[in-house]
Write a protein that binds this ligand. Sequence first.
Ligand SMILES: [Zn+2]
Length: 339
Amino acid sequence: MWQVVGHGMAVSLLERSLERGLLAHAYLFVGPPHVGKMTLALNLAQALNCEAAESPCGECVSCQKIALAKHADVQVIGLVGNGNRADAKPRAEIGIDQIREIQHSSSLPPFEGRYKVFIIDGAEQLSTEAANCLLKTLEEPVGMVIYLLLTTNDRLLPATVVSRCQRVELPPLAAGEVEAALNGRWGVESRKAKLLARLSHGCLGWALSAALDDGLLQQRAERMGRLLDIINADYEERFTYGAQLVAQFSQNRGLVQEVLDLWLDWWHDLLLVKVGSSDAITNVDLEATLVEMTRGYNLGQIKDAINSIQGAERQLRQNANPRLVLEVLMLSIPGGKYE
Ligand SMILES: [Zn+2]
């Protein structure tokens, strides 16, 4: 049984290829972070090496070894090194040495399974030399060796590499699917399962991490509190907050991106409440606050705020001056009831 939750299209495509013996030599799994790319890759590696009639069984020695990252023929390559030999420090990119190593390994027959499977996690992080080196391997496939490239964004990969892989899209799951899995398979209490499912935006891996680590929900509560304060703050306080975001941005772009995403969710929820679609909101635990805040805005103001945040995100991606972008954003968010 395939362990991956959802992704029925991808699973049936892979199952059909397995049944007919028509597997590609390389697959490219494309989807947002934590959507299930690695789970699906490990499942496919299990299906290829499973000892049971109904594969992947998840229970035979081979399936278990793969699940525990202890199978000699299944290797994960990424920023933390190759296979079980993790580098002391995470790398900035996947280097040519790592690709040469798997090339050498792929020239040897499988040690304990039927297929050698190399999973390249975060394939968009391949250095140019590493990508070129990998391309040669993909152009001259050998039997019983399969490459699985995982990426959040295939446009960051050389087109030549992409064209050598069969592309498999893993879109976000439906919120209901995540909620049912959290509740049914992992025993997460219903209300929490609903909230995490919404906050995860269909990325089950994130929801599971948040179910196990309360720190993620605490962090979100702190950030939300700050954002709600800012809506009601005067311009001086907004500028101070903007300056803090600018300082953060120079240290860690991702953090600021997360804050803006949170803000975008909030204003999107305000829009949904305004048009009477409260069922679809993300911040289900803050519905009362949303309803109250919606009264202070008209539809045009809410839409403008959404456009401003989306515009800021786009400009930051295009390397605009972060101080300018974030300061303008702080000024363009319409004030709340205290203004
Ligand atoms: Zn098995």
